[in-house]
Structure formats: structure tokens, C-alpha cells
Design a protein around this ligand. Structure first.
Ligand code: FES
Length: 260
């Protein structure tokens, strides 16, 4: 990564971990012997990205933050740059509140990822991968196989949530929900659980069997209720994190070093 690249994307002047990140980092560092704490570099880069999302609605890793990670872990900054630039889950420039990582590898492509990409462009107003929408809500990245080919085509959102069995209209509906601030539960967007047959089991269908249609209906209802609870909890946790971030801004001294 060249410094000129960084300069192009409006690097913040400084970065310091906030109270929530420092608490999490303390927990992370307990997993490693002090002389091996450099092994935590990926997790600290994740903390940077999550904190940036909390404070700016854009989860990315500025170079000044990599320098702070290097200082916390007693590493040469170049070693942190090497990790951050190797893995595609680290965004090296600002992204949207919803970062859409669309898989276009062969199985997803054969199952219609072109329609998913077209729907994303249409609904977000973006014209190419890597762009951020004017309202800061969306950005798009083209990614290689994310290991969910059996539910192709799919896309991942914000490095976490897999939305599967997409097509053009279902992708548009998904993005409408994001725009309303109502992200649906992750998973298949058609009537199936996990990677089971659409509409329920097609084998072992006798009443009382483990995957009988009756049990399928019960499990489906329980999953939907659990997803609703998880979405409500996630919304509450995000609101609490944003309130905590507002109440506890990053310390003035960017050289704060937990666990050092
Ligand atoms: S090809 Fe898209 S998840 Fe595997």
C-alpha cells in the first residue's frame, strides 16, 4: 500500500482506541503470551474497523490506525500493513454503512450473480465496485467464493451476514430493507432452512421422523422467532455502542497502549 494511495482517501489525522475497543483489546490480549501478542494483529485490525463503523458509519482501517495497532502490539508498522493489505475483509478506504460483498465466482455466476450485481447497482445508484454511494449508505465489492455455493448466488454484508439464494427482485427487496434501516435476518431468502430442499424436507417425511414436515414447520417458526429476537438485540446493542461511543470519545493520546 503506498502512502499516496492513503492520501487519496482522506486519512484521519489521528486514531485512538475508544473505551469499548480498549476493553475488548484487553480481553483479546489475554489469549496470548505477552511475547506473542503480535498474533492478535488480525483481531485488533477488526477492532479498528468496528470502531470506525461505530464512530463514522464506515468500517475501514486507516493507516494511522494500523500504526496504533503496531504500537500496541510492539510490531513494526510494515508488518501490520502486510496483514491489513493481504486480507480482503479489511477495507483500506471508506465504505458504506452497508458494504455489499457480492460473490461472482463460477457457482454464483452460473446461478445468476449477474442479476444480483445489476440489482445492487440499480438500487444503490453505484456504477462500479469500490464506489461509495453519495448518501454513504452503500458500497460494493466483488469477492471470490465465500463458501456458500450450495445457496448460490449470495452476498455478504459488512463481513458478517450471508444473504443467500438471491435473485434480482429479492436483492432489490433486501436493499430496500437496508435503506429503511431494517436489515432482515441473514440466511436463505427463499423458503428453506440452511441448505435443505426448498419448501421443506423431501426425504424422511413420515410423521414423527426427525425432519417430518410437521417438525420442519416448528423449526422454521422457532428460527424466525429467534431471528426476530436477534435482530432486536443487535439493534439495541448497536444503539448502546453508539451511545457509549458518543459518551466516551477516543482519548486525546493516540499512543495509549493496553496490555503493553
Ligand atoms: S461461488 Fe459464490 S459462494 Fe461459492
Amino acid at each position: 500500500m503506498s502512502s499516496s494511495h492513503v492520501a487519496e482517501v482522506a486519512e484521519p489525522a489521528s486514531f485512538a482506541f475508544d473505551a469499548a475497543s480498549l476493553a475488548e483489546i484487553e480481553t483479546i490480549l489475554k489469549r496470548y503470551p505477552p511475547e506473542r501478542k503480535a498474533s492478535a494483529v488480525i483481531f485488533l485490525l477488526y477492532e479498528v474497523q468496528k470502531q470506525m463503523a461505530r464512530h463514522t458509519n464506515s468500517g475501514w482501517v486507516p493507516q494511522v490506525a494500523m500504526d496504533v495497532v503496531a504500537e500496541v502490539l510492539d510490531m513494526a508498522p510494515i508488518r501490520v500493513y502486510e496483514v491489513a493489505t493481504f486480507y480482503t475483509m479489511f477495507n483500506l478506504k471508506p465504505v458504506g454503512r452497508y458494504h455489499l460483498q457480492v460473490c461472482t465466482t463460477t457457482p454464483c455466476w452460473l446461478r445468476g450473480s449477474d442479476d444480483v450485481v445489476a440489482a445492487c447497482f440499480k438500487k444503490t445508484g453505484l456504477s462500479h465496485f469500490g464506489e461509495v454511494s453519495a448518501d454513504g449508505l452503500f458500497s460494493m465489492a466483488e469477492v471470490e467464493c465465500l463458501g456458500a455455493c450450495v445457496n448460490a448466488p449470495m452476498m455478504q454484508v459488512n463481513n458478517e451476514s450471508y444473504y443467500e439464494d438471491l435473485d434480482g427482485p429479492r436483492t432489490e427487496a433486501l436493499l430496500d430493507a437496508f435503506r429503511r434501516g431494517e436489515p432482515p435476518a441473514a440466511g436463505p431468502t427463499i423458503d428453506r432452512l440452511g441448505s435443505q430442499a426448498e419448501g421443506g424436507p423431501t426425504t424422511l417425511t413420515h410423521a414423527g421422523e426427525f425432519w417430518s414436515p410437521e417438525k420442519y414447520a416448528v423449526v422454521k417458526r422457532e428460527r424466525a422467532e429467534a431471528a426476530e429476537r436477534a435482530a432486536a438485540e443487535a439493534a439495541a446493542a448497536e444503539a448502546a455502542a453508539q451511545a457509549a461511543a458518543a459518551a466516551n470519545p477516543p482519548p486525546a493520546d493516540p499512543a495509549a497502549k493496553p496490555g503493553a
